[in-house]
Ligand binder design. Structure first.
Ligand SMILES: [Fe+2]
Length: 177
């Protein structure tokens, strides 16, 4: 069966980001595919339409592309550095292939890459499920201490599906209420 336009756009993001990380930092690939998978799951559980789900998937695939160059330039991947680097790279990728996404959709993905650690922007731009998916994977990977899962759950998880998934994954770290 022929792929839908959205599926083609997601496949292009997947291929592009894997080529990119394979050339500069292949350790990012597993994290990226994991965040993508959780983002897709949460978007589907929230009942988002195909277009919104697809854009969230593309943003999830691209969300950390600023990390390698932030590490080269600043010696770290602090949000302020990697988000700014990521925005520039994402904007370049979309500019180099205008047929990939509509201009306003490309701009939305660029804005999400540039703010993916920001809870206020997550709500404003509507990427809460990506924000929550990244939080989950960062907890599993030890980037954030899993002992704080309860604090993160109450402070940072906003969507119904995110709360449900958090309860499934981190039950023993959450306060019973
Ligand atoms: Fe991430």
């Amino acid at each position: 069966m022929e792929k839908s336009r959205t599926e083609q756009q997601i496949a292009q993001a997947m291929s592009r980001v894997i080529d990119y990380y394979a050339a500069c930092d292949s350790t990012q690939i597993a994290h990226t595919l994991c965040v993508h998978g959780y983002t897709r799951m949460l978007a589907m559980r929230e009942g988002y339409d195909e277009r919104k789900t697809g854009l969230l998937e593309i943003a999830a695939l691209l969300h950390d592309i600023g990390c390698p160059s932030a590490k080269w330039k600043y010696g770290d991947s602090q949000p302020i550095h990697q988000q700014r680097e990521g925005m520039c790279i994402a904007a370049d990728w979309f500019a180099s292939d205008p047929s990939w996404l509509e201009a306003q959709d490309a701009q939305w993905v660029v804005d999400v890459v540039g703010a993916h650690h920001n809870a206020v922007k997550a709500e404003k731009l509507g990427f809460e499920v990506l924000y929550e998916a990244d939080l989950i994977v960062n907890l599993f990977e030890g980037y954030y201490p899993v002992d704080y899962a309860n604090v993160y759950f109450h402070k940072m998880v906003r969507t119904k599906s995110g709360k449900q998934l958090f309860r499934q994954l981190f039950a023993r770290w959450l306060n019973k209420d």
